[in-house]
Design a protein around this ligand. Structure first.
Ligand code: IPE
Ligand code: IPE
Ligand code: MG
Length: 238
């Protein structure tokens, strides 16, 4: 199939794509604007990349929106980020419903203010019968806390012996396909505590493009790059 003029193999679309959406602050700084303008521009990219994911037939899109470490930012920036999230929900919920998108929230949202938390829960509820793209919003998420959270749940359940398959049932991603492909924008070459368990055999893609500048075309080119890789999972070439 051809998409935005780029030839893609329909049978090799990654089922689950993760994105570390980074570079909003630098995008704004480059323009002499306060950081929040970068986050606002980044929210537009979220909309575009989500819509593109639907068109490509990706099953799940995991977006790293706020990390447990991001609480260390200035209070004002944090407040504005959650305000932006609430505006995104208000503006987008009907589009999400129409586009058959289901939302999953990964992360400890008990630490969010009540209004935002309730909006997120309502959004999940409103979209729960949709069967298309799963939009996994990672909010107050970190890979280590997800693993520790799973361990505590296992300890409380009384289970005495665990294997990989059982362990995964305690992660936020329990109902999601394997994470096939991870994109990080903004040129940083690190994982920043994202999906530590799930990344074991994920293909990684780093681009210098700042998140607000990341386009559907670049997204499709990244997926083309993914399609040209040989995933060996420890085996020898076929
Ligand atoms: C990513 O952009 C958004 C969040 C982490 C919430 P940044 O805000 O980290 O932008 P930079 O890295 O400072 O440019
Ligand atoms: C990672 O970006 C977290 C999100 C995109 C939500 P950061 O900007 O917080 O990561 P570091 O601090 O550069 O590692
Ligand atoms: Mg950053």
């Amino acid at each position: 199939m051809k998409f935005l003029g780029i030839e893609l193999d329909e049978d090799k679309i990654p089922r689950h794509v993760g994105i570390i959406m980074d570079g909003n602050g630098r995008w704004a700084q480059k323009r002499g604007l306060p950081r929040i303008f970068g986050h606002k521009a980044g929210a537009k990219t979220v909309k575009l990349i989500t819509e593109t994911s639907v068109k490509l037939g990706i099953k799940c899109l995991s977006l790293f929106a706020f990390s447990t470490e991001n609480w260390q930012r200035p209070k004002d920036e944090i407040k504005n980020l959650f305000k932006l999230l609430r505006n995104y929900i208000k503006k987008e919920e009907n589009n999400l419903l129409k586009n058959n998108i289901k939302v999953l929230i990964s992360g400890d949202i008990s630490k969010l203010d009540e209004v935002t938390r309730n909006m997120l829960k309502k959004l999940e509820e409103k979209l729960k019968n949709n069967t298309g793209l799963i939009l996994n919003l990672c909010i107050n998420y970190s890979g280590r806390s997800e693993i520790i959270n799973a361990v505590n749940k296992i300890l409380n359940s009384g289970i005495k012996k665990i294997d990989e398959e059982k362990f995964e049932k305690f992660l936020y991603t329990k109902d999601l396909p394997e994470l096939d492909f991870l994109i990080r924008t903004s040129g940083e070459l690190r994982i920043s505590n994202f999906m530590l368990w799930q990344l074991a055999y994920t293909e990684l893609y780093f681009t210098k493009t700042l998140w607000p500048d990341f386009t559907p075309e670049e997204f499709v080119l990244a997926i083309k790059d993914f399609q040209n890789r040989e995933r060996r999972f420890g085996r020898i070439p076929e």
